[in-house]
Design a protein. Structure first.
Length: 94
């Protein structure tokens, strides 16, 4: 299955965790910001990587940086999140 098609099969919660880690730049920082364990965040990202058979982050001792596929996914998650928020706002107005 194509990389982009697989993202629609992923759990939205895992995608939100992925986005939080990408924005924070590390698993530890993201987990502290959201009062969750680092292993919870790590497991969610590892599950996503396993689902698409692609690495989403380059991991270093200083943190993480999204890979090419990670950046692609991050842009898609951001776009979807924005569209979902627009949808919710439109419903509230009507």
């Amino acid at each position: 299955m194509h990389f982009l098609c697989k993202i629609f099969l992923m759990n939205w919660e895992k995608l939100k965790v992925f986005k939080k880690v990408a924005k924070a730049g590390s698993f530890l920082t993201a987990s502290k910001q959201h009062n969750k364990s680092q292993s919870t965040f790590s497991r969610a990202v590892m599950d996503l990587e396993k689902e698409i058979n692609q690495k989403l982050f380059n991991r270093t001792s200083k943190g993480v940086m999204p890979t090419l596929h990670g950046n692609t996914l991050l842009n898609l998650v951001d776009d979807f999140s924005n569209k979902l928020n627009q949808f919710k706002n439109n419903i509230r107005k009507n």
